[in-house]
Design a protein around this ligand. Structure first.
Ligand code: G6P
Length: 608
């Protein structure tokens, strides 16, 4: 969350800072700003809203500003509403900083600084970092020592870059529980909260250790430990990285990424299919298949994909699986045992709650597997084993292709575990693998061809302020993801219910023309969910059924039925998800929402 950039080099800094911020904008976009050295000192330019607002200010007042060093920030507000004042950078005396994270003890630190005479201009927790640093700097005029002292005082998570007024053309950086990389490139030297900002310049970077202050100048980067001793961190060499191909001819990243799904599934499966059968490291399969229970821990869409995975693994491999919300897991963990294994799913590989949950389990010496989409990300680096989805860069804030790729990889893993536990024969595994690798992409492509009809349905159904989704078993898991997708980009209030649970309260909210969308697949519960749809229809709801097989009872009950052909019942959800992704997309467009950057959200949630 919050994008951070820092630059020192022989080239104009301002366009480099802005360019870096644009690459990091997925991390937050409610305000932005930069600070840079000029001949007459540090200049700060910042504005509420998108980076374009900051650019407009720069064009007006600083058209000819020359600078070779500065810092920048794009914000996702935590403490203090989005505003010009709360936008970073923040300055206190000689020190100007940008910050990503949350300073948990900022109130007491702020009171202390106020008592010493500091006047705060923003409502943020971040400004206290500048105030403290300025105070310590005035004591001994040593930026590194001042920042070390600041770190000793801060509780919470942070990645910070800082400028000191009289340390011309130097940027300092430090971090804790929040990503910040340093990179020496032919273009100049950089700090960034994500490698993606410098990917076009280098395949090597450094990750300053926690407790270290990095000092960046045009000449190079030095690292200082708590006693001021110089450190030499090991370089990280990126052997693979997702490539951002832009959005091509598509009007939005989200639409492009939905259309990427067949390829995302194919690429993901390619790593784990050998001669038509699922293929994983035997040690990993050994450990997971011997687990008393597998815990899948994740947030948001990744958690919803994990729920599909729970269904696959339990059914195909007979291993009990629990899905846990990472933010709950880290503070209220279930009673797991030492034979249990833990799978952490994350598109970004940086989600704070997921990473913290994984560290907690790693610290206990238990087995962790990361299932991530972003190579070299924190979660990928720190897990005992890593499995990659190959969905490619996902830029739209609402996750789409990553979900389908995660589901596909979990299905293959479940098949492999099923073979290991003896519950799936090689012949069945081969057939099911083919259904996934060939059948699902074909079925997804068919849904994509029906985008116009899906748009028409979205316009017909999403006219009310609330919308309900129903399903049972795995249909419910998809209902949850579909509800999340629609609410996050269209701002319609959406809720998903296990279909049988609706009548225990929520049915009170059903009135004329409230849209209810039922997900129905497989034969065992078809009649039951149709009955639940009929119950809301009897109360004048507008009912849409999304199904694998439109039976007459569905047509009689619903106002509309959409059929998703799929290669096998158990793979319906991976295919039907695409209907709901397009449904959400078209609804959001109809309502004039910013599809790729929905309000209040961020792609990578690096604060808890
Ligand atoms: C944010 C994003 C969601 C995503 C969730 C988990 O909320 O907006 O799209 O599902 O984080 O992210 P991760 O990168 O861990 O999958």
């Amino acid at each position: 969350m919050c994008g951070i950039i820092g630059y020192c080099g022989g080239n104009p800094a301002i366009p480099r800072l802005l360019n870096g911020l644009k690459k990091l904008e997925y991390r937050g976009y409610d305000s932005a700003g930069i600070a840079f050295f000029t001949e007459s000192g540090i200049v700060t330019v910042k504005a509420e809203g998108r980076i374009a607002n900051t650019e407009a200010l720069l064009r007006g007042d600083y058209e000819n500003a020359v600078s070779v060093c500065g810092i920048g920030h794009t914000r996702w507000a935590t403490t203090g509403r989005p505003s010009d004042f709360n936008a970073h950078p923040h300055r206190s005396g000689a020190v100007t900083i940008v910050h990503n994270g949350i300073i948990e003890n900022y109130k007491e630190l702020k009171a202390e600084c106020e008592a010493a005479g500091t006047v705060f201009r923003s409502q943020t927790d971040s400004e206290v970092i500048a105030a403290l640093a300025d105070g310590y700097y005035r004591e001994n005029a040593d930026p590194v020592a001042a920042l070390q002292k600041v770190m000793e005082r801060l509780k919470g998570s942070y990645a910070v870059t800082a400028l000191f007024e009289d340390r011309t053309n130097t940027v300092y950086g430090f971090r804790r529980d929040s990503p910040l990389i340093a990179a020496e490139t032919p273009d100049g030297n950089y700090f960034a909260s994500d490698y993606i900002a410098v990917k076009h310049l280098t395949d090597t970077y450094f990750l300053p250790e926690e407790g270290v202050v990095a000092e960046l100048t045009a000449r190079g980067i030095r690292y200082f430990g708590p006693q001021g001793e110089q450190r030499a961190p090991a370089p990280v060499t990126v052997t693979e990285s997702n490539r951002d191909d832009g959005k091509g001819d598509f009007p939005h990243y989200m639409l492009k990424e939905i259309f990427d799904i067949p390829e995302a599934i194919r690429n993901t499966c390619r790593d784990h299919v050998l001669e038509g059968l699922p293929s994983f490291d035997d040690g990993l399969l050994q450990r997971l298949s011997a687990a008393g229970r597998i815990y899948i821990v994740a947030c948001g869409t990744a958690l919803n994909a994990g729920k599909l995975g729970k269904g696959y693994i339990e059914r195909l491999a007979g291993i009990p699986v629990s899905c846990e919300t990472a933010s709950e897991f880290r503070y209220f963990p279930p009673l797991y045992g030492k034979n249990d294994c833990f799978v952490f799913i994350s598109q970004s590989g940086e989600t704070a709650d997921t990473a913290a949950s994984m560290r907690m389990i790693n610290a206990q010496g238990l087995y962790t597997v990361a299932l991530v989409n972003t190579p070299n990300s924190t979660i990928a680096r720190e897990a005992a084993d890593v499995l990659y989805t190959r969905a490619g860069v996902e830029t739209a804030v609402a996750s789409t292709k990553a979900y389908n790729a995660q589901g596909a990889l979990l299905f293959l893993l479940a098949l492999a575990l099923g073979m290991k536990t003896g519950r799936v024969s090689a012949a069945d595994a081969a057939r099911k693998t083919g259904e996934l690798t060939d059948g699902v992409p074909a079925a997804v492509r068919k849904v994509l061809t029906e985008s116009a009809r899906i748009r028409e349905l979205s316009h017909r159904f999403c006219t009310a302020p609330s919308c309900f989704f129903l399903g049972r078993g795995p249909d419910f898991f998809l209902a949850e993801e579909s509800s999340l997708k629609l609410k996050e980009i269209s701002y319609i209030h959406c809720e998903a219910y296990a279909a049988g649970e609706l009548k225990h309260g929520t049915i009170a909210l059903i009135e004329k023309d409230v849209p209810v969308i039922a997900v129905i697949s497989g034969e065992t519960i078809r009649a039951k969910t149709i009955n639940n749809a009929a119950e809301v229809k009897a109360r004048s709801a507008k009912v849409l059924i999304v199904t694998d097989r439109a039976v007459p009872e569905e047509r009689e009950t619903a106002d509309a039925v959409f059929t998703v052909d799929c290669p096998a019942e158990e793979l319906f959800h991976l295919c039907a998800a695409v209907f709901f992704q397009l449904f959400a997309y078209h609804t959001a467009l109809l309502r004039g929402c910013d599809v790729d950057k929905p309000r209040n959200l961020a792609k990578s949630v690096t604060v808890e």
